[in-house]
Design a protein around this ligand. Structure first.
Ligand SMILES: C[S@@+](CC[C@H](N)C(=O)[O-])C[C@H]1O[C@@H](n2cnc3c(N)ncnc32)[C@H](O)[C@@H]1O
Length: 309
């Protein structure tokens, strides 16, 4: 299989991680190892731990990183478990962590995974294929209200209520089993004029994928865990592609940056809250004109970097 995923914001990520040649780094979203390759090239004595929940991605990454075997440890897991992964490797603290959230181009290209609304496949969309819960369960088992809610929230789809109504109507006849069957329902629910501007599957497929993989919860939960595992001066770099994800990163960094949060009328601090990070990027970094021309995927990418205090 051809794996042509171009790493986004590569220079900004490498700068942001401030790599030390003897440091320990974690790429929590290894994918095709585009970012990881540039990280390991800069290590002498240091190590890279690459995590991905997709075994196909791990296989590909192993190939890409084959010249650096002594510097890498690859792990099949969800980055949500980064603390446990590091504990099992007897690593107490690390010097940098990268998350490049979302699906890779190769996952979109693997027809049978069901991520693409252009190709027919079972409704799947699981990044981790050991998981039972898939897009089929969301589409066929969620209530109309639940469907409308996730399609509105995670897809920012204006037609969410109508789509949910049409899905539930279709289910009265038969289950919706494939990606193209779902696209047919979406075509019926979304007016032709709107469909001409954007593929009718774009937003709903994104919403279902986020739900299947619990992408927003995972991101929310992991940020404080990562910061707890960083050495002083260690960096956390997170690339997101969705406004909700970017908001999670921004707000998590803001919370971790806050010092005492006691009400001002208290004479002494009772909360013991201490500032845990410095925020390196006040505004998110985005792609340059040149990168935008070369890689459409960089269009919505935003990078935020923080440093452990
Ligand atoms: C956008 S790609 C990363 C691409 C990579 N940075 C590169 O340059 O090739 C995202 C990868 O992260 C993985 N992934 C997404 N969420 C994950 C999670 N919660 N835990 C582990 N892996 C995850 C996906 O399976 C996918 O392979």
């Amino acid at each position: 299989m051809d794996f042509n995923h171009i790493p986004v914001l590569l220079d900004q990520v490498i700068d942001g991680l401030n790599i030390k040649e003897d440091g320990i780094y974690v790429d929590g979203t290894l994918g095709g190892a585009g970012h990881s390759l540039e990280i390991v090239k800069r290590l002498k004595g240091g190590k890279l731990i690459g995590i991905d929940q997709d075994t196909n991605a791990l296989k590909k990454a192993e190939e890409v990183l084959k010249d650096y075997k002594d510097k890498i440890i690859l792990v099949h897991n969800n980055f949500e478990n980064i603390d446990k992964v590091l504990d099992e490797l007897n690593i107490d603290k690390v010097d940098g962590v990268l998350l490049d959230i979302g699906v890779s181009s190769h996952q979109l290209d693997e027809q049978e995974r069901g991520f693409s609304f252009h190709q027919d496949a079972d409704l799947d969309m699981r990044m981790n294929r050991d998981q039972d819960f898939s897009a089929w369960n969301v589409v066929n088992e969620y209530s109309q209200e639940e469907l409308a809610d996730i399609i509105w929230k995670y897809g920012e789809e204006k037609w969410a209520k109508r789509i949910a109504e049409f899905i539930v109507e279709e289910r009265k006849e038969k289950t919706i089993d494939s990606t193209l069957e779902l696209v047919e329902v979406l075509k019926k629910a979304i007016p032709a004029k709107v469909r001409r501007e954007n593929h009718p599957g774009r937003k709903t497929f994104q919403a279902i994928r986020i739900e299947v993989n619990r992408e927003l919860d995972v991101l929310t939960n992991v940020i404080p865990k990562i910061v707890a595992k960083l050495n002083k001066g260690g960096r956390l770099a997170i690339i997101t592609f969705h406004s909700l994800e970017d908001r999670i990163v921004k707000e998590s960094y803001r919370d971790l940056y806050k010092d005492c949060v006691c009400p001002p009328e208290l004479p002494i601090c009772m909360c013991d809250k201490k500032r845990e990070i410095k925020i390196i990027t006040r505004k998110p970094l985005v792609a340059t004109e040149k990168e935008l021309e070369e890689n459409v995927r960089s269009r919505s990418a935003k990078l935020r970097v923080a440093e452990k205090k």
